[in-house]
Design a protein around this ligand. Structure first.
Ligand code: ZN
Length: 484
């Protein structure tokens, strides 16, 4: 029997988290480096994962009244330059097209780093009256931001995302829209990806270039670092003024509409990997896992009658597969069962069902859960009927584990010394009263290597407690962490 090379073992997370991450992304065949630095190839397994995340979010985007459309990849330099803060924020990372064939272009063209500028330029012609509002659109595209240091999924120059863009009659409507979409992202993280997140508002230094304010959700990775998993920006009238978008309001006066934008990118795949994975591989949230159930028949040597009974059961599982229960039977030849188990474990498949001789004789199958390795046996019919429930239970267990980690690795601190102490042993989510002044934010950053204020939390307020840095009464509780 041909014996394929054994899977290389992953570097344990506890030894080198970064190495573990990159090895896992490549060995599980999610993605790989491309010839151009900063670009990645998303392989079929990684792309299927993205498609499931995309389908879930696209459903929510449409259910909240938005429509998809498409704007071009190239943006004329003059379009990009109109909103000063925005262009300053993005200038260092814009990639330019300067030639068409061998001919120099009269005007440089930016490869979109984001699309506010082109969208505003077009909508300036399309919005005239309050009757044209609200505009509620979204696009699923790639964007390009020249990055110096890159990591697969987490930080790549080219990445995939959705960018939502909306225009409204009133400030109130825009504010509500910003919250509505942040709520969608929280739901995506919690209910689909089993990621508990902390929603909040960014400080000035972390606000999107050109926005009035930025809202974000922060997830904890299993090494205690934070990852920004989605952002929703209130753009006010900054861009609509700069791009001269006006409408006749209900009083027949001319006014600039209020605008929002919001996005989730392929970075969120990095969050799923780092939040849930272990030393044996990925642990995928069942609702977005490309394969939810791996069925591994174990051939009973030359016992042909037994082999055909096993195959019969395998077929019954296959027939139970559908859009909401994705089942794969592993019939690969010449690979030992142990290697098949490792294969599906590495790929994070939530449930494994083993069909062995002894089980079949007893009329049962063995179910193994990826999240905690627990197993149980069940009658064949009962198991097929219980699959949706078993998958739901796998989600609940994964989410409970992530939540327990978030709770265990969160702490409250009131002084800069306490902040330092909190990070001595391992990275944490530290919560501290904070006045939200840039000088105090700088002092926090200087206190502990690589920490930043991630967000001003929504769920907790400062209530006048002394700011961690300056002791002035503070309105906010800042979430302070190291971040990807
Ligand atoms: Zn302060």
């Amino acid at each position: 029997m041909a014996s394929p090379a054994r899977l290389a073992r992953l570097t344990p997370k506890s030894v080198d988290f970064d190495k573990w991450y990159i090895e896992l992304v490549r060995q599980a065949e999610l993605a790989d480096y491309a010839p151009v630095k900063g670009c990645m190839v998303i392989r079929p397994y990684g792309y299927a994962l993205w498609e499931h995340i995309q389908a879930a979010l696209d459903g929510m985007i449409k259910a909240t009244g938005h429509e998809n459309m498409y704007f071009p990849l190239l943006i004329p330099e003059s379009y990009l330059a109109k909103e000063a803060e925005h262009v300053e924020g993005f200038a260092p990372e814009v990639a330019w097209v300067t030639q068409g064939g061998s001919k120099d272009l009269e005007e440089r063209l930016a490869i979109r780093p984001t699309s506010e500028t082109i969208i505003c330029s077009m909508y300036a012609d399309w919005i005239h009256s309050y009757r044209d509002l609200p505009v509620l659109i979204n696009q699923w595209v790639n964007v390009y931001r020249w990055e110096k240091r890159t990591r697969l999924f987490l930080r790549t120059s080219e990445f995939l995302w959705q960018e939502g863009h909306t225009f409204h009659e009133t400030e109130k409507e825009a504010t509500e829209e910003v919250e509505r979409m942040l709520d969608c992202y929280t739901t995506l993280a919690r209910d689909w990806l089993a990621l508990p997140v902390v929603p909040g508002t960014k400080t000035r230094s972390e606000t999107f270039a050109g926005a009035v304010y930025t809202r974000s959700i922060e997830a904890m990775m299993s090494d205690g670092w934070a990852l920004q998993a989605g952002t929703s920006h209130n753009l006010g009238q900054h861009f609509t003024r700069a791009y001269n978008i006006t409408f006749r309001n209900r009083e027949n006066a001319e006014e600039h509409p209020f605008q929002t934008s919001w996005g989730v990118s392929t970075r969120i795949i990095g969050a799923v990997i780092m939040a849930h994975g272990d030393d044996n591989g990925l642990i995928l949230p069942p609702k977005v896992a490309p394969v939810q159930v791996a069925v591994v028949p174990i051939p009973a040597g030359g016992d042909e009658e037994m082999n055909s009974r096993i195959e019969e059961i395998a077929k019954r599982f296959e027939e139970a597969s559908g859009p909401t229960c994705r089942i794969r039977v592993d019939r690969r030849d010449g690979i030992r069962p142990g290697e098949k188990f490792a294969h599906w474990e590495l790929r994070g498949v939530p449930l494994r069902i083993t069909l062995g001789k002894r089980d079949v004789e007893a009329g049962v199958v063995t179910i193994t859960r990826r999240v905690d390795g627990t197993t149980e046996t069940m009658g064949i019919d009962a198991c097929i009927a219980a699959l949706p429930e078993l998958l739901e239970d796998a989600h609940t267990r994964l989410q409970a584990r992530a939540l327990a980690l978030l709770e265990a690795r969160s702490c409250d601190v009131t002084t800069l010394d306490e902040l330092s102490e909190a990070f001595v042993k391992e990275p944490v989510f530290a919560n501290a009263p904070f006045c939200n002044r840039p000088a105090c934010e700088d002092r926090i950053k200087e206190q502990v290597h690589a920490v930043t204020v991630r967000v001003l939390r929504d769920d907790r307020k400062g209530d006048g407690a002394p700011c961690i840095a300056c002791q002035a009464p503070s309105d906010h509780i800042a979430l302070i962490a190291r971040a990807y």
